[in-house]
Design a protein around this ligand. Structure first.
Ligand SMILES: N[C@@H](CCC[C@H](N)C(=O)O)C(=O)O
Length: 276
């Protein structure tokens, strides 16, 4: 049995994409995702993306982090599958129905409306999510927001001076975040510009995080630090984020196909029977 895949990325946040509409796949679980994501013994990626048929949208997108966890949202992967689809698409995700539209300046994604209620993030107990009364060493008083998935955002002078490899996992797994969290460190550099690094839940430090860019932009907007349209620059490059008056977040940016290939699950110690 061989399975066809497409390797893609959005600003260096990379994906293995499997399309279950055109081939039969074994049941996809955490062992399957971690085996494919492994950069030494697998194909290598930050997230495994599985496209399936959908009753509510044009197709369903399932998202697995490199650690095997299945999650609700992935901004960069939404642009990637939008590129593959080639036309406007309504995409069902665990985080809700979102839409992607290819255009001249990249793929525009309507990501949905941000949620700031403490139990929607979710947090372990009630608190002000716009200025959380908590600190991890020098990182203090973040914003927490759910943009389909959970994010915490620290505004700092220099994101590149933060020891993310040490503090990222500490904050990601803090018990105040019962479903873990994506950790963003950001500097506002102008009314329309933010510099951002993201320690992703289940994937670690990535070159770009689309939902992180959305969460950081609306976090900065609720604090009055920036206007409603900003360029968020990640290590992998810039994304345009707009928080429309109707509450919808719109993210626009590139997506790239790197190569296509096929693999035999048995080469990863997985068989159709062993993946469930
Ligand atoms: N890279 C993504 C986010 C992927 C999921 C995230 N790590 C989570 O666990 O919520 C993006 O571009 O948004």
């Amino acid at each position: 049995m061989r399975i066809d895949f497409t390797k893609m990325h959005g600003l260096g946040n990379d994906f293995v994409v499997l399309d279950a509409r055109v081939q039969s796949l074994p049941p996809i679980d955490a062992a399957f995702a971690t085996a494919l994501a492994d950069r030494h013994t697998g194909i290598g990626c930050d997230q495994l993306i599985v496209i399936e048929p959908s009753e509510s949208g044009d197709f369903r997108m399932r998202i697995f982090n490199a650690d095997g966890s299945e999650v609700e949202a992935c901004g960069n992967a939404t642009r990637a599958v939008g590129l593959l689809h080639g036309d406007s698409a309504r995409i069902e995700t665990l985080g809700g129905l979102i839409s992607a539209t290819p255009g001249e300046s990249g793929i525009a994604v309507e990501m949905g409306k941000p949620r700031f209620d403490w139990d929607a993030i979710p947090l372990a107990y009630a608190m002000d999510t716009r200025t959380m009364p908590l600190a991890w060493e020098d990182l203090a008083n973040p914003v927490a927001v759910n943009v389909g998935n959970p994010h915490v955002i620290f505004f700092v002078a220099d994101p590149y001076a933060v020891d993310m490899a040490r503090l990222g996992p500490l904050i990601e797994t803090d018990s105040v975040f019962p479903e873990r969290v994506n950790v963003n460190v950001a500097a506002v550099t102008a009314r329309d510009a933010i510099s951002l690094r993201v320690w992703e839940r289940g994937a670690g430090l990535t070159r770009a995080c689309g939902t992180g860019a959305c969460a950081t932009a609306v976090g900065a907007m609720t604090r009055g630090l920036v206007d409603r349209k900003v360029t968020v620059t990640l290590p992998g490059g810039p994304l345009q984020i707009e928080w429309r008056e109707d509450g919808e977040i719109v993210m626009t940016g590139p997506a790239t196909e790197s190569f296509r290939g096929s693999f035999d699950p048995a080469d990863y110690g997985l068989t159709a029977g062993s993946a469930d």
